[in-house]
Design a protein around this ligand. Structure first.
Ligand code: DX5
Ligand code: ZN
Length: 216
C-alpha cells in the first residue's frame, strides 16, 4: 500500500483554523491528525471536543484523533459524535484496553492503540489482532516540534515483523519529529502512515511539504 500522510493540526495557526483546514483539504494529505491533551496524561493542554465538532463540517479528510488523556474509554461516544474516522488511545492510559477497543469499534470507528517511546512493542502480542492501527510515538507526547527519538526506527521494524509474523494487516502510524529524512527511514522500516506537525505547518509552503512527504 502507498503510504499515507496525516498532518497534525497541533502546529497550525489556531487564529486561522478555517484557512489551515482548507489548505489541508486542497493538499495531498490523506488524513488530518488531531491531538487532544488533558494536562494530566501529558504536561500540556491542546483543544477538545468543541473544536472537533467545528472541524466536522469543514474538514474533508478523515479525522485521525489521538487522545493523550487519562481514561480515554470514557469519551468514545463524544469522539464518535464528531465523525472521527480513527480513535487512538494510549496503551498506558487504558486499564481495560480490550474493552475500550471493542467500544470504539462498536461506535463505528477504527481503533488505534498508541505506545509511548518507552513502551515495548512486545506488549501488543495479545491485543494487536483486535486493533486497526498501532500509533508509535517517536517523541514523548505533549508538544509539537520535538527531536525525533532514533530508536523509533528499530521499533517500527520490530512492529512490522510482529504484524507479518501474525499474518495481520494492522496499520503502523508514526508520530513525532517526522521530516523528509526521518520519514524516509520510517517508511523503509515498515511504517504505513506518517504524522507531521511542525514540519508541515511551520513551512513556508505546507502544500509542497505534504507533496514531498507523499512522494517519499
Ligand atoms: C505530540 C503529538 C504530535 C505532534 C507532532 O504529542 O502527538 O501529533 O503534533 O508534532 P511534530 O511533527 O512537530 O513532532
Ligand atoms: Zn499525535
Amino acid at each position: 500500500m502507498k503510504h499515507l500522510i496525516a498532518p497534525s493540526l497541533l502546529s497550525a495557526d489556531f487564529m486561522n483554523l478555517r484557512q489551515e483546514v482548507e489548505m489541508i483539504n486542497h493538499s495531498e494529505a490523506d488524513w488530518l491528525h488531531l491531538d487532544i491533551m488533558d494536562g494530566v496524561f501529558v504536561p500540556n493542554i491542546s483543544f477538545g471536543f468543541p473544536v472537533l465538532e467545528g472541524l466536522k463540517s469543514i474538514c474533508k479528510k478523515p479525522m485521525d484523533v489521538h487522545l493523550m488523556i487519562v481514561e480515554p474509554g470514557k469519551f468514545v461516544h463524544e469522539v464518535a459524535e464528531t465523525g472521527a474516522y480513527m480513535m487512538n488511545v494510549h496503551y498506558e492510559a487504558c486499564t481495560h484496553l480490550h474493552r475500550t477497543i471493542a467500544a470504539i469499534k462498536e461506535a463505528g470507528m477504527k481503533a488505534g492503540v498508541t505506545l509511548n517511546p518507552h513502551t515495548p512493542v512486545s506488549l501488543l502480542e495479545d491485543i494487536i489482532q483486535d486493533v486497526d492501527m498501532v500509533l508509535l510515538m517517536s517523541v514523548n507526547p505533549g508538544y509539537g516540534g520535538q527531536k525525533f527519538i532514533e530508536h523509533s526506527v528499530e521499533k517500527t521494524r520490530c512492529l512490522r515483523e510482529m504484524i507479518t509474523r501474525k499474518g495481520l494487516n494492522t496499520l503502523i502510524e508514526i508520530d513525532g519529529g517526522v521530516n523528509l529524512e526521518t520519514g524516509k527511514r520510517l517508511l523503509e522500516a515498515g511504517a504505513d502512515i506518517l504524522v507531521a506537525g511542525s514540519f508541515v505547518f511551520k513551512a513556508p509552503n505546507p502544500i509542497k511539504v505534504i507533496h514531498d512527504l507523499k512522494a517519499l
